[in-house]
Design a protein around this ligand. Structure first.
Ligand SMILES: NC(=O)c1ccc[n+]([C@@H]2O[C@H](COP(=O)([O-])OP(=O)(O)OC[C@H]3O[C@@H](n4cnc5c(N)ncnc54)[C@H](O)[C@@H]3O)[C@@H](O)[C@H]2O)c1
Ligand SMILES: O=C(O)C[C@H](O)C(=O)O
Length: 353
């Protein structure tokens, strides 16, 4: 029995992701939550002849709480997507609030659930979820994951295209580490399960790295104002969710790159910080998954000089994205205190006794 919940289930990612989860026999209960349209999406999916019982919820009548009750896996694709010319970081202002509110719902209703964050900017939304969980005293870094699987899926596809045989794509695996935006996306092509042709030129190799790093822009541009990747993301999100569910059910040896708090495995996390030469709190690395979430954070392995440079180039942006959450929290606290003092001036007058 596995209860999965999709928050943002009526959206471009939410609907096909919910379809793929409904199609997976490991899921026995599927709750769909969004601010619009979930009753219709749920009614539609509920006619599919697979085990999961599907129910749609909206905000009134404690819909979020009801959707989350008893959840084991919560996937969050709620939020606004990019338009051409925007960076993922430009989504921070609006998506931070959406993710914070949904995380509050999870922390108070299903604090033990595995939380899979898709909403951008992932490099910041994952720390936001963590901070909300800390505030509620239920933070477990082993259970919060940034979904970076689309970068891995893209790497498999583009490498198999270069090899000249797209039928290999499902079996090509390339670790992609760092984070989920532009230069923070670091494909470790030297560790591809299927090596690139030795004849590949330096320019073509560089172009392949860039295409994996900026694959999201390719889709945003092609959609021309109608959003960003939805179908490939739903595929990637379901792939990662199913790995999580299999690990939860006790399957051993499941390893996948994902953006995690490095305290999830103290010794693995500390070793990784040494490897990358920076004391970051979050990084996407190959992670072994188990019934309680993160089992271990793995080493990046042997890197080429070029890959070492890519990791180095990823760090400043990652650091800024992660730090932004702390800065926003401090500003938020200051504004709240200022408003409180204005409303209740006696609060900061010294006591007369
Ligand atoms: N991690 C990744 O690799 C990856 C890939 C693609 C897209 N994304 C991100 O995923 C997010 C969603 O993209 P999309 O194309 O599905 O967008 P979309 O606009 O099609 O769907 C978003 C859905 O979220 C819902 N929503 C908004 N506020 C909500 C709230 N408070 N509670 C519940 N639901 C709410 C909307 O009603 C909508 O149905 C974006 O932030 C996008 O950048 C991430
Ligand atoms: O590019 C985007 O904004 C969406 C997503 O992060 C992607 O990589 O496709």
């Amino acid at each position: 029995m596995v209860k999965a919940v999709v928050l943002g289930a009526a959206g471009g990612i939410g609907q096909p992701l919910s379809l793929l989860l409904k199609n997976n026999p490991l899921v026995t209960s599927l709750s769909l939550y969004d601010i619009v349209n979930t009753p219709g999406v749920a009614a539609d999916l509920s006619h599919i002849a697979t085990p999961a019982k599907v129910v749609g919820y909206l905000p009134p009548d404690d819909g979020l709480k009801k959707a989350l009750a008893g959840a084991e896996v919560v996937v969050i694709p709620a939020g606004v997507p990019r338009k051409p010319g925007m960076t993922r970081d430009d989504l921070f202002k609006i998506n931070a609030g959406i993710v914070r509110d949904l995380a509050t719902g999870i922390a108070t209703t299903a604090p033990k659930a595995f939380v899979l964050v898709i909403s951008n900017p992932v490099n910041s939304t994952v720390p936001i979820v963590a901070e909300v969980f800390k505030k509620h005293g239920v933070f477990d870094p082993k259970r919060i994951f940034g979904v970076t699987t689309l970068d891995v899926v893209r790497a498999s596809t583009f490498v198999s295209e270069i090899i000249g045989d797209l039928s290999l794509a499902p079996s090509v695996t390339v670790p992609v580490v760092g984070g989920h935006s532009g230069v923070t996306i670091v494909p470790l092509l030297s560790q591809s399960s299927h090596p690139l042709p030795s004849s590949i030129s330096k320019e073509d190799h560089e172009a392949l790295v860039k295409r994996i790093q900026f694959g999201g822009d390719e889709v945003v541009k092609a959609k021309d104002g109608a959003g960003s990747a939805t179908l490939s993301m739903a595929y990637a999100g379901a792939e990662f969710a199913v790995k999580i569910i299999k690990a939860l059910k006790g399957e051993k040896g499941i390893v996948a790159p994902t953006f995690v708090n490095l305290s999830a495995d103290k010794s693995g996390g500390d070793a990784l910080k040494k490897e990358i030469g920076k004391d970051l709190d979050y990084f996407s690395a190959p992670v072994e998954l188990g019934p309680d979430g993160v089992v271990s954070i793995r080493s990046l392995g042997t890197l080429t000089d070029n890959e070492k440079e890519l990791v180095k180039a990823a760090i400043p942006e990652l650091e800024t994205n992660i730090e932004k959450v702390r800065e926003t929290q401090s500003k938020y606290l200051l504004v709240t205190l200022t408003l409180l003092y204005r409303a209740y001036p006696s609060l900061h007058r010294p006591s007369s006794r």
